[in-house]
Ligand binder design. Structure first.
Ligand code: 2HG
Ligand code: ZN
Length: 475
């Protein structure tokens, strides 16, 4: 527990509204989104300005206490939960919640890092533009977390991950130095691109306090198809065909297996799964002159001709389209209702997804044929959420632990062996740091540690997340 003078100093910096020390109010900040990890903290620090963040970091470096940055607290890997020592402070971004500016000509949005993603989307829309970042948790996740985890989501295929959408950043370094790189330039070849170090760093190098995000013209037209797949469809070839025949207007290409669909059954009327699952494909365009409905129909005709679809339903109304997306987006909730799942957020090269589905299924069946899988995801990005449902009556945490030790390594080995990865879009956090050390190329891991040591030599930033400097390099 920090001494009274330190708490007093923090209180002077932040004021009454800027600090939470009361146990009841602290509780939600100390548990991760999936209720897998519970930590302790003497206080949650809630700065309302970049200057306050700078003052906190100066103090943290002087007194060597750990700071765990937290945005919307929706991490899937416990990236924003303090450890159990009671010595790390949570720094919540929630009061840094102002939209700073929208610039329609530069198509750029400047925000504080605590702005909720949905509010950022709304600010862009008010200017007739679109922020192409769409996630299930967009109503509660915050820009700082989206940047810290390099979040992916539902339209990566067309617009890229978060790192492709960040034009500028404002960051406070562990010693309190401000890095102001809030430029909205598309071109700026003036030395190392230090922004990219902080994107996907999970708050382990500094605290992102502001960002300039790239916007695009509002996709006012969307056309969406629910494709009930025949068995054994070569998904990468199907994607290639749809991209080619739609002139690459595909913004989403999502896969849903029958089991995942059944978890949200009842939501979709006549929507069902084909024998090989479902592809939800969406085209989007900002042009009034492009007949995207016809383009989609044409492409779907070819999909049927190739023998890949048992049925194709093209949404005829916005309500139908929303219904299709509701099914896809509520699968995680469906898993929760069922009793939870052990999540494996893997990605493999596009051409290997079908092979992964077959071999992963065989691995699971060999381990325990009674286990049920909920598999779905952003197959257009090679990203599968390969989730094992917690069997009814099993203790969720004990099951998660057992699968993590006994089955997950086989599933990750399979993905990595195919040239894939054990974390596609959910990050590393505290849950996967051992996996990072295990699977990363030794040279790459050495560089990761070098970067951590360079930015955070005292180890005050999100200690224990992602790169663990206390762990050996294995040589
Ligand atoms: C999604 O794609 C999210 O819906 C959550 O990434 C995935 O809960 C999951 O496994
Ligand atoms: Zn996902």
């Amino acid at each position: 527990m920090p001494d009274a003078t330190l708490m007093q100093r923090l209180h002077e910096i932040l004021g009454e509204a800027g600090m939470i020390t009361d146990a009841d109010r602290l509780a939600p900040y100390l548990v991760d989104h999936r209720d897998l990890v519970r930590g302790k903290a003497p206080a949650v620090l809630r700065p309302s300005s970049t200057e306050q963040v700078m003052a906190i970091m100066r103090l943290a470096s002087a007194h060597r206490f750990g700071i765990v940055p937290q945005a919307g607290n929706t991490s899937y890997c416990a990236g924003a939960t303090p450890d159990g020592s009671g010595e790390q402070f949570v720094l919540s971004l929630e009061r840094l919640d102002k939209v700073r500016a929208v610039d329609p000509l530069d198509a750029a949005l400047s925000v504080d890092a605590g702005v909720i993603l949905k509010h950022a989307q709304e600010a862009a829309e008010a200017a007739g533009l679109y922020l192409p970042l769409s996630l299930g948790s967009e109503g509660s996740c915050r820009i700082g977390g989206v940047i810290g985890t390099n979040a992916g989501g539902l339209s990566v295929l067309r617009y890229g991950m978060t790192r492709d959408l960040v034009l500028g950043l404002e960051v406070v370094l562990p010693d309190g130095t401000l890095v102001n790189d809030m430029k909205k330039l598309r071109k700026n070849n003036t030395g190392y691109d230090i922004r990219q170090n902080f994107i996907g760093a999970e708050g382990s190098l500094g605290i992102v306090t502001g960002a300039v995000l790239k916007l695009i013209p509002m996709p006012t037209r969307r056309s969406t198809a629910w494709v009930e797949l025949a068995p054994g469809v070569p998904l990468a070839e199907m994607l290639a065909l749809v991209r080619r025949e739609t002139s690459d207007l595909v913004s989403s290409f999502e896969f849903i297996t029958a089991r995942s669909l059944a978890l949200v059954a009842g939501e979709g009327g006549r929507l069902k799964s084909g024998t090989g699952g479902v592809i939800l494909v969406e085209l989007s365009s900002s042009s009034r002159h492009l007949p995207i409905e016809e383009v989609l129909e044409g492409a779907m005709g070819e999909v049927v001709e190739a023998g890949w679809a048992e049925d194709v339903i093209i949404a005829q109304t916005e309500a139908q389209r929303a219904g299709m997306w509701r099914i896809r987006e509520t699968i995680p909730e469906g898993e929760k209702r069922f009793g939870g799942s052990v999540k494996h957020d893997i990605s493999v090269p596009l051409g290997s997804t079908v092979d992964y589905l077959a071999r992963g299924g065989a691995l699971v069946a060999a381990y325990d044929p009674t286990l049920e899988l909920s598999v779905y995801g952003h197959v257009g990005d090679g990203n599968l959420h390969y989730n094992v449902l917690v069997p009814p009556g099993e203790d969720r945490l004990a099951f998660t632990d057992r699968i993590g030790r006994e089955l997950a390594p086989r599933l990750y080995d399979l993905a990595v062996g195919m040239g894939g990865t054990f974390s596609a879009e959910h990050g590393v956090g505290r849950l996967k740091r051992g996996l990072l050390q295990h699977y990363a190329d030794p040279g790459r891991y050495r560089v990761l540690r070098g970067i951590k040591g360079l930015f955070d030599p005292l180890g005050v930033m999100n200690p224990g997340a992602m790169v663990d400097p206390s762990a050996g390099l294995g040589d």
